[in-house]
Ligand binder design. Structure first.
Ligand SMILES: Nc1ncnc2c1ncn2[C@@H]1O[C@H](COP(=O)(O)OP(=O)(O)OP(=O)(O)O)[C@@H](O)[C@H]1O
Ligand SMILES: [Mg+2]
Length: 662
């Protein structure tokens, strides 16, 4: 066992006497306990990697954990070990046992953009707010294991009745597409375990030890999944920090810490108190801030690190000015300290705040990667196109088939797809293959059958061409054949459609450039598409500044952090008003601060664009809650509760740097 572990951490790692909860503050080495325990179980206790599952919250965290374990085990074989998110584990279970619940093994997974589209069609309305409300209500019902019928009978008013009916039709549609949404990835395995004892036993047997990171953010469904997997043996270690619970809005509840105590009276609790991540002033700021929350568990985090740099707070004139200052400060800091881009993170409360920062980073040629937001390849229009490409490359890709055949609409409705899917399911073939089988001709109306075949033959023709013709020709012909531009403008507002069409053109340009050097054939295209998927997990390798929402930054650490948009209305969010909501916002701020190892800069704007007009903004109340002795205010401060500026510190240097960069 590595020497870099303190006695309490060692104790947590070696404890196998029953369920264990490690409850501790940020940066105290909880995740480290999990990674070392994984290695310990395999190397010293003789567990087979196959029999261990470690669950984290994001794919990024899972990747990082896999890397960390690899290092600890020095490359020794950890193959077969499950390190994933609850959702990925759910997917693994459904891939194997989905058929027991009537799902094809190659079911597709719909993200919220996909489900939003379905709901929009079912509602007959493109109203975003309405769609979002429906998504969140249904999601809560799913998390509470309510069927549409149960939701209907519990409905208290007409609105809820209406939503329950929508829920029923939504579920039917998902079924017809042989697809599941994110909630189903957790809900269905729980249903499987409750209804199929054989499968339940098998999975319990499979995972002889469970480790769960970020436990404070599990919701009821996930908790049930954990309990069912652990079974009576209860060989589990969970680690968490109630001060970092930031998913109450998604049904997570710190009550699960209490549930654990109730369900497992033999639960052992270990606390860690030394913080190894941040310098003193950063840690002080975090501790001081979180004291304003009512506490579930007292914590006393301390650190042996030196005081470090003061936490800097600065006010910007507006968003552009904030983004420019941050990027210039970052460059100046990097220049002086000889650091890497990957040592920096820019963190924010809401996704939309990243746009101006992306622009500035691009202007200054700073490499960056965005997580927790919409990356270019996640845009609906890009996913539409890649669905066609994936289908051309592999006609058996069912999710791609469904996306392509329904975008743009070509008269092939739910009932056709439903029949196709159920036939494909019964024969265990892909949707594409099923379309050509003679049985389909009898099951469908002649007109529907013809439309279906027309589509499939179109894909076949494109495939034949893609094998020998240059990529750009095939792509351009594809776009005009499906009349994608016209469809975009028909089904979106003009500005939105323009943006989307521009993205499509960027994408086509990118594909052409990439394929130019290659053979420009089908093979090249397939490889490019594989590359697209690689791009999604690329951020780890490259030296890039991380742009991330606070939610997605949980569990990660960075040398230098910029926390931006720290204003009333943003953090705390304007929709968070109730005291417990403010506390959750404060925990978000706490998560943000505690990501920083060596330096932390907090910024806010004194005015911000609201539609076409500028509106004044106030610094977040959380800034006033920081220990003022550890803070230096820089830049212009106009309104609000922050002390007046003492010096325009750093601005000279920035001006010089700016001149240099020009
Ligand atoms: N005993 C130790 N000696 C030296 N470094 C340590 C020790 N324990 C943890 N660390 C380091 O401290 C940092 C924080 O550890 P880790 O990420 O495991 O904390 P955490 O409790 O999971 O934090 P968070 O609550 O943010 O998820 C990491 O860089 C880790 O390598
Ligand atoms: Mg952690």
């Amino acid at each position: 066992m590595s020497s870099k572990l303190n006695p309490t951490q060692r104790e947590a790692i070696k404890y196998l006497g029953g369920p264990l909860l490690v409850l501790a503050g940020a940066g105290s080495g909880k995740t480290r306990v999990i990674t070392h325990k994984l290695a310990y179980l395999i190397e010293e206790c003789g567990y087979s990697p196959r029999n261990i599952a470690a669950i984290t919250f994001t794919n990024k965290a899972a990747n990082e954990m896999r890397e960390r374990v690899g290092k600890i085990m020095n490359g020794r074989d950890a193959k077969g070990m499950t390190i994933s998110t609850f959702h990925a584990l759910g997917m693994q279970i459904l891939r194997e046992d989905g058929p027991l619940l009537g799902y094809k093994k190659q079911f597709s997974i719909f993200d919220s953009a996909d489900t939003g589209k379905i709901i929009s069609e079912l509602l007959g309305s493109p109203d975003k707010q309405e769609i979002r409300t429906a998504q969140s209500v249904m999601s809560n019902w799913k998390a509470a294991f309510l069927t549409p019928e149960q939701a209907g009978s519990l409905a208290e008013n007409e609105e809820q009745q209406r939503l329950a009916l929508l829920y029923a039709r939504y579920q039917e549609t998902l079924r017809a597409y042989q697809s599941v949404d994110f909630d189903d990835l957790i809900r269905l395995p729980v249903e499987l375990f409750k209804t199929h004892e054989e499968a339940h036993q098998r999975w319990q047997h499979r995972f002889r030890y469970l480790l769960i990171d970020e436990y404070q953010d599990t919701n009821d469904c996930q908790y049930q999944m954990m309990k069912l997997l652990a079974g009576p043996r209860a060989a589990v270690t969970v680690v968490g920090d109630d001060d970092q619970a930031i998913y109450a809005w998604r049904g997570a509840s710190t009550a699960n810490l209490q549930n654990l105590q109730n369900d497992y009276p033999q639960l052992r609790v270990i606390k860690l108190e030394q913080n190894y991540r941040s310098s003193q002033r950063i840690l002080q700021s975090a501790n001081h801030l979180i004291k304003n929350n009512t506490k579930l568990f007292e914590k006393n985090l301390w650190s042996e690190h030196g005081p470090g740099d003061p936490v800097r707070v600065f006010a910007a004139k507006d968003e552009e000015n904030e983004a420019e200052s941050v990027v210039l400060r970052l460059l100046a800091h990097k220049f002086e300290n000889n650091t890497r881009f990957s040592d920096y993170a820019i963190l924010y409360r809401s996704n939309h705040l990243s746009r101006v920062f992306e622009e500035q980073l691009r202007t200054h040629k700073v490499p960056y990667s965005v997580s927790g937001g919409t990356s270019f390849f996640d845009h609906a229009e890009i996913k539409d196109l890649t669905a066609y490409l994936r289908l051309i490359a592999n006609p058996d890709d069912d999710p791609a088939f469904i996306r392509a055949i329904t975008t743009p609409k070509r008269g092939i409705g739910n009932s056709t797809l439903e029949k196709l899917a159920s036939y494909a399911g019964s024969r265990n073939v892909s949707l594409f293959e099923a379309a050509f089988e003679s049985a389909m001709a009898h099951q469908l109306q002649p007109r529907q059958h013809e439309d279906l075949l027309t589509f499939c033959q179109f894909i076949n023709r494109m495939q034949a061409r893609a094998e020998k013709e240059p990529c750009n020709e095939v792509l351009n012909d594809l776009l005009s054949a499906i009349d994608y531009e016209a469809w975009l403008f028909d089904s979106h507002e003009p500005r939105q459609a323009e943006n989307k069409w521009k993205n499509v053109q960027d994408f086509v340009g990118w594909m052409n450039r990439k394929s130019e050097a290659d053979e420009k054939t089908m093979i090249a295209m397939t490889q490019l598409i594989a590359l697209l998927n690689l791009l999604e997990s690329r951020d780890q390798e490259t030296d890039a500044v991380s742009l991330s929402t606070l939610h997605a930054a949980k569990g990660l650490e960075f040398g230098h952090v910029f926390l931006i948009g720290v204003e009333e209305g943003i953090l705390p969010h304007e929709r968070s008003e109730a005291p417990e909501q403010i506390e959750e916002e404060r925990r978000l701020m706490y998560v943000g601060i505690t990501r920083a190892q060596r330096s932390l800069q907090i910024s806010y704007c004194t005015r911000r664009k609201r539609g076409k007009e500028f509106a004044g903004c106030d610094p977040s109340r959380f800034i006033a809650e920081l220990p003022q002795a550890d803070i230096v205010y820089t830049g212009v401060v106009t309104a609000g509760n922050a002390p007046a500026v003492t010096k325009e510190e750093g601005m000279d240097k920035l001006a010089r740097l700016k001149a240099m960069l020009k």
